[in-house]
Design a protein around this ligand. Sequence first.
Ligand SMILES: NC(=O)c1ccc[n+]([C@@H]2O[C@H](COP(=O)([O-])OP(=O)(O)OC[C@H]3O[C@@H](n4cnc5c(N)ncnc54)[C@H](O)[C@@H]3O)[C@@H](O)[C@H]2O)c1
Length: 316
Amino acid sequence: MVTMNRNKVVIVGTGQVGSTAAYAIVTHGLCNELVLIDHFPAKAVAEAHDLDDGSEFQDRHVKVHAGDYGDCKDADIVVITVGRKPPTNSNRMAELGFTVGLVGDVVDHVMASGFNGVIVMVSNPVDVMAWYAWKRSGLPRSQVIGTGTALDTSRLKTIIGEETGLDPRNVGGFVMGEHGDSQFTAWSTVSLGGKPFARFLADNHDRFSSVSTAEIEHKTRTRGDEIVAAKHGTNYGIASTVSGIVQTILWDERRIVPVSTLLDGEYGEHDVFLGVPTELRANGANEIVELDLTGEEHAKLHHSAELVRDHCKGLL
Ligand SMILES: NC(=O)c1ccc[n+]([C@@H]2O[C@H](COP(=O)([O-])OP(=O)(O)OC[C@H]3O[C@@H](n4cnc5c(N)ncnc54)[C@H](O)[C@@H]3O)[C@@H](O)[C@H]2O)c1
């Protein structure tokens, strides 16, 4: 017997990030219904029409329309991308004062609808905003995640691909901690073709003598800032990341993704959201993978935790 599996995603905020994430979700045909909400309703209507106008040439028809918070009631996922284009030369924590009021308002409206799905936070500073949405919504820990260091991890793999000339998908490992300046590459987890990365470089010294891990890590941390400086925002990388997370949840793929999730004793941290490898299922965030980090990596994770916790103080 065929059963109906109608899944629904809502995106709140149809700016650069929200509209591109919507496009990625539509081109991958991830859900049956996609609803767009924006502070400027006419913008959401225009984005929905523009997206739907390509229906003839999409692999699967996703019904896209503008809506309101009542649409969140039976949604599986609400993606929050409200905010404003990040100013050049400022770190993500600098957006906190502006974003917190918007996110609080959005979360209240979403919860008032009776929503009981998964919130995917994108607005920056994403770790602080995910914690805030979790506290404010009263949803279980599994049902609130931030995009965390998923984009940074993808950037790391892309840059290793550029440096070695190999497909980035050969790379394993994680960028962890804050999605921001205190993030770090957990080099002890990074591998290429199944070999620890340092060993891979040593074994292929003639080919890769110019490859520097310090430079790769620096480029990974600063790539977003460079893109913002040149085009006043980032959209494609984060849109692919959001659609990957949405797919993993809607399709119950059980992929391990470094989303921002609540640490409740894992890695010795409490009451803080950070990017750590987390198993995603249909119900959202499940088990956190506790990796054997080196002492130095552990200290860097702790530093990120302190910084994010500090910025959460006084928000409630
Ligand atoms: N987590 C990540 O990795 C990541 C990556 C890129 C951008 N971001 C963040 O995403 C956010 C959005 O960036 P952008 O470039 O799309 O900005 P943008 O200015 O292009 O879009 C923001 C949108 O939010 C809407 N909005 C504002 N307040 C609202 C409210 N209360 N209700 C509904 N809609 C509202 C605006 O009308 C606008 O359409 C920023 O906080 C940015 O830092 C996060």
